[in-house]
Design a protein around this ligand. Sequence first.
Ligand code: UD1
Length: 363
Amino acid sequence: MPLIDIIAGARPNFMKIAPIIRALESRKVAVGQLRYRLVHTGQHYDARMSGDFFAQLNLPEPDINLEVGSGTQAEQTAAIMVRYEKLLFEKSSDLCLVVGDVTSTMACAIAAQKLCIPVAHVEGGIRSGDWSMPEEINRMATDAITNWFFTTSEVANSNLRHLGVGDERIYFVGNTMIDTLQTNMNSLRPPGFWDELKLIAGEYFVVTMHRPANVDTGNDFARMLEAIGQGTRGLPVIFPVHPRTAKTLSILTALPSNLHIVEPQPYLEFNYLVKHAKAVITDSGGITEEATVMGVPCMTLRDTTERPETVSIGTNELIGTDPTKLVLALARLFEGKWKKGGIPDKWDGKAGERIVKILLRIL
Ligand code: UD1
């Protein structure tokens, strides 16, 4: 029976693998056709960045944890490759399935392919064109050595065709991150501070920022936070802070009085906050997809996106990194002029099931 390695390393991976594992489990019970091994690289290791997600998404304990921990891009890449290769030497696999665009995605794909183990990439083919983001390098390197692509959009399919990938290797399956959102939509719950901060649905904002370009330089970060304070007109702004952001935040002296810094939130609480927010201000990619599906206005603090359908179809808009543009966008929101948005094709909660059906055919 073929063995699939399912790779997960960092927070945005966990919601993408959950529906695939669920579909594999139901097949396993039903027909016993595929085996899988869940490999956690340990890129994210805190309970708040990893463990909470495993618990809330009902993910099984990883079969293997490579425990690579923190480091520079090269240190993490190298550590993951060395440790994953060692695992493959000890016990090989028939397919390496990677998701998304984090360092673990690229490192495991390279280690596997060099041992002639085929690679499947879930969320393959998306591109921002911005080489200053490590995720873009990870996407390009991974896709260059991927055998089978599971894609989330027609734009991704077309990017791959332009790279010369044949249609027989591209499977447009939808979005596993959205599968997870739909599965959990009725279980979303308010965080503990909801009452304490007297939050009211539709009358607060959610902010997330963690891209090096936005948060590593104290002055730029401070100016953006000031604009957020100014543009949100005194409504509470909830800012769950990623560990990388916390480092810069700790050296800033004056913060807007309506800004509430909180710990990274678990999945169910975070998406409850997004669902009921007046708008989300973010530099994340995944959150733009979730906001689109929940119909919540989304302002992206980047000049590019690898998920253009969240802008052309969804509620997302690229604001860029100029704080004055954010203030103008917020003014438009308060005037009631934000677009309503629709849901992209095949973001219907069935991507995980489609992927497993295809895997059964491929293997
Ligand atoms: C990574 C991903 C990014 C994703 C983000 C979500 C890459 C290139 N980037 O970026 O795409 O959006 O995760 O969170 O893979 N740290 C902790 N605890 C942890 C993990 C990290 O304190 O559990 C600290 C690290 O020591 C480091 C910082 O957080 O100082 C950054 O972590 P790292 O995994 O290197 O990259 P992210 O910025 O989280």
